[in-house]
Each structure stands twice: as structure tokens, then as C-alpha cells.
Design a protein around this ligand. Structure first.
Ligand code: AMP
Length: 227
């Protein structure tokens, strides 16, 4: 199964992608995480420039991102499928992905958009932080740890905030989303494999809504095979 999770920054794509990855045993591919790892582990000029782009809330060039995704989805662990989080973010990326998936897998991709109002987005991103040790993501307003200051998953007391989760950069990222990524949503909206999810509610409620659509999609695929 191949899934694209769409949605503005901060809607909870990463959290939902991790849950789906566990449930369906397919890898979670986050282009943001791949880029942050690259920046943290390389001293190259490209890594330096990429960090600057991310820190300003702009988009990294299509060529680099497409190369990253192309290489990643050819790896063995992606044979049974994958979940894309943060990709595609431009029309060029979306069209290239369609071509790649169809050419390599002769398959369609399930597209799920997590829909949240723009006012909520800023709150969600500005409140976001994560555990430095295990990466579990929290939110000051919406999803704090059960015991304040202690990670639910691993017990660590060491938390970090992403450098690009500050107010000025958030405004930039939302503007970039509206200009470049909103058209991607329109590109998929009219296709049969597109599902829109109301992103209000807690993590489990949203996960339930997503799982319902995944099951519906699987049933449709099974029924089509039998015809
Ligand atoms: P994310 O973790 O998905 O919010 O991504 C963090 C940052 O990485 C974004 O603000 C962009 O600068 C960069 N990035 C991630 N995915 C993409 C993509 N598909 N295209 C261009 N830039 C990206």
C-alpha cells in the first residue's frame, strides 16, 4: 500500500504517518526528516545551503527532493509500500511521483489530506516540541506529555524544539504552503483515490478516520480485482 499524507505544516502528518507505519508495517518517509538528517550529518556546501533554506521556511529545490525520493522508494523495504509525509509539495513533484509510481509499481497511490483551518495551524506549529531521545512529538496546547516534563514513551526529560518552528518562519511556511502546496491538493482532489479528513480532534480520533479511509480504499481495490 502506498499512501501520501497531505496537509499544511503542523497538521500532524508525521504523527499519523508513524501510526500508519506501525499498523501496516511499511516505512514512513518524511522528506523533512531526511533533510534534517542530511544537514546534521554533512559538512558539504549543499548541506549548508539546505539548512539555510529550511531555517527560512522556504522549499528545497525540486531536483534534490525528487532525487531523494526516487532513491529511497527503490530500496527493498519500500517493496510492500510506504507512507509519504511532506512530499509532494509542488506540482512538479506530484507529477513526477505519479509517473514514477505508475512506471515502477503499476499502481495508484492513496492520497489522504488532513484538513485543518489556517488559524489552528499556527497554534499547532508554535506549540510543537519533541523528545530529543526517542523523537516522540508533543504540543504544549494540544498534546502535552501525561506528566509534565517527562516523555511518555521513554521517560527522558530532554526536549527540543525545531529551529523552523518559530513565529516568523511559521508565517513563511504557511505562505509557501498556500502558494506551492495548495495547488497539489487541487491536483489530487478530483482523483478517485483522494480522501479528505477533518483534522479536528485528538490523535486517535484522526487516526480512526484515516484508517477508515484506508480500509475503504483496500475494499475498493479488492472488489476491482474480482471484477
Ligand atoms: P517538514 O518537516 O515536512 O515540515 O519539512 C521541513 C522543511 O524541509 C520544509 O520547510 C522545507 O524547507 C523542506 N522540505 C521538506 N520536504 C520538502 C519537499 N517535498 N520539497 C521541498 N522542500 C521540502
Amino acid at each position: 500500500m502506498k499512501i501520501i499524507l497531505l496537509g499544511a505544516p503542523g497538521v500532524g502528518k508525521g504523527t499519523q504517518a508513524k501510526l500508519l507505519s506501525k499498523k501496516y508495517h511499511i516505512p514512513h518517509l518524511s522528506t523533512g526528516e531526511i533533510l534534517r538528517d542530511f544537514v546534521a550529518n554533512s559538512r558539504s556546501r549543499l548541506a549548508h545551503d539546505t539548512k539555510e533554506t529550511i531555517d527560512q521556511g522556504r522549499l528545497v529545490g525540486d531536483d534534490l527532493i525528487i532525487q531523494i525520493i526516487q532513491d529511497r522508494i527503490q530500496q527493498d523495504d519500500c517493496k510492500q509500500g510506504f507512507i509519504l509525509d511532506g512530499f509532494p509539495r509542488t506540482l512538479v513533484q506530484a507529477k513526477m511521483l505519479d509517473e514514477l509510481i505508475y512506471k515502477q509499481h503499476r499502481d495508484v497511490i492513496l492520497v489522504i489530506n488532513i484538513d485543518v483551518s489556517m488559524e489552528d495551524i499556527v497554534k499547532r506549529i508554535s506549540g510543537r516540541f519533541s523528545c530529543r531521545k526517542c523523537g516522540k512529538v508533543y504540543n504544549h496546547y494540544l498534546l502535552p506529555p501525561t506528566i509534565q516534563g517527562i516523555c511518555n514513551e521513554c521517560g527522558s526529560t530532554d526536549f527540543i524544539k525545531r529551529e523552523d518552528d518559530n513565529e516568523e518562519v511559521i508565517r513563511n511556511r504557511v505562505a509557501v504552503y498556500k502558494e506551492y502546496t495548495a495547488p497539489v491538493l487541487e491536483y489530487y482532489r478530483t482523483k478517485a483515490n483522494f480522501y479528505n479528513i477533518d483534522g479536528r480532534g485528538d490523535v486517535n480520533q484522526i487516526a480512526d478516520k484515516i484508517n477508515l479511509q484506508v480500509l475503504r480504499h483496500q475494499n475498493i481495490k479488492e472488489a476491482a480485482k474480482e471484477m
